[in-house]
Design a protein around this ligand. Structure first.
Ligand code: AMP
Ligand code: MG
Length: 335
């Protein structure tokens, strides 16, 4: 029988358990999303949510038809980057399970896990990753045994920017999907022109910035522009900045695959813009299914599987969390 690697994700709002088989078959995750009653994510409250939902999620996982505790051969968890209190809950559950089951522990770099689950699901080999999530926005490519950050946000993550804008308009977290819906409704009317809703365009070399765009979008609504029109403009501007930097990364590295990852990669407009750019330059564009774009335990299991294959187990003494772990901290020794 094939072994199963269990993966635990807890970097921010999502607490999730997922699985992958030793041959690389992905199984859907069991997840719970912390939704703040008001304001943004409060790390302590999100961590409480994770602790309180642990039993329920483990119960759901262990009662699924194809699950058996005996098949678990390793436990992977997000070691960073993320919110300290949230990471600590996932790490504690992982240490407990690995000790109880007497199987290896694998501390995983969350950003790298987004790449590896995307490679597994789409079959792309050596992509530039456009990683667009709540807390992170990075353009990443593999070079010399690391996933190198070629460009990234200088202020907030693109998802965080969308969520913050949504919150100013009374739209609850996560705001990205509702902004997409309002934007689609507006653009379907066919009256799209950026002339009245121009926003600051935050590309600085290979880096990005979103806070000026956010402030200006809030002002546009206050000045009387319709919410749909501003949502549309916000998507056009923010996605164009990401696609521009991703294109330059393809040009600089000579790679011909673009992989989208992170929750904002669920957005159809971003997918279309990325695909158009790739087609223009003879590259191919890939994205995983939506449950594997947002944070999920399965992606942590998948990177754990690659690490286990290379003997990269994490000793208990080295299993402390690292909230500011960088993408390029992790040596990539698997193929
Ligand atoms: P992650 O941090 O990777 O789990 O992704 C969560 C982020 O993805 C949140 O900021 C959401 O608002 C954003 N998101 C999810 N779906 C969409 C969508 N369809 N369009 C834009 N943003 C989205
Ligand atoms: Mg993420």
């Amino acid at each position: 029988m094939e072994g199963i690697i269990l993966g635990i994700e807890s970097t921010a709002h999502t607490f999730s358990f997922g699985r992958v088989s030793t041959s690389g078959e992905l199984f859907p995750s069991f997840s719970s999303l912390y939704r703040p009653e008001e304001g943004g994510i409060h790390p302590r409250e999100a961590a409480d949510h994770h602790s309180e939902t642990t039993s329920l999620l483990l119960e759901r996982l262990s009662s699924s038809d194809d699950f058996s505790w005996d098949s678990i051969i390793a436990v992977a968890f997000s070691q960073g980057p993320g919110l300290g209190p949230c990471l600590r809950v996932g790490a504690s559950v992982a240490r407990t399970l690995s000790t109880r089951l007497s199987v290896p522990l694998l501390g995983v770099n969350h950003c790298v896990a987004h790449i590896e689950v995307g490679r597994n699901q789409t079959g792309c080999k050596d992509p530039v990753l456009l990683y667009v999530s709540g807390g992170n926005t990075q353009v990443i490519a593999r070079a010399d045994g690391r996933y190198r950050v070629l460009g990234e946000t200088l202020d907030i993550g693109i998802g965080n920017m969308l969520d913050k804008f949504a919150r100013t308009q009374g739209i609850p977290f996560p705001g990205g999907p509702e902004i997409e819906k309002l934007s689609n409704e507006f653009s379907e009317k066919g009256e799209t022109s950026l002339d009245d809703v121009l926003l600051p365009y935050g590309v600085h070399g290979m880096d990005l910035a979103f806070s000026g765009m956010l402030t200006s979008a809030v002002q546009k609504v206050a000045e009387g522009k319709s919410l749909g029109e501003v949502c549309w403009s916000l998507q056009e501007h923010s996605f164009a900045t990401c696609v521009e930097v991703a294109e330059r990364a393809l040009a600089h590295t000579g790679k011909d695959e673009l992989l989208l990852g992170g929750g904002v990669a669920c957005n159809e407009r971003l997918r279309n813009m990325s695909k158009m750019m790739c087609e223009d330059r003879g590259a191919e564009c890939f994205w995983p299914d939506k449950p594997y774009c947002i944070d999920n335990g399965t992606m942590i299991a998948e990177l754990g599987r690659r690490m286990l294959e290379c003997g990269l187990e994490t000793e208990l003494m080295d299993s402390g969390i690292d909230p500011s772990l960088r993408t390029d901290n992790t040596a990539v020794v698997w193929s």
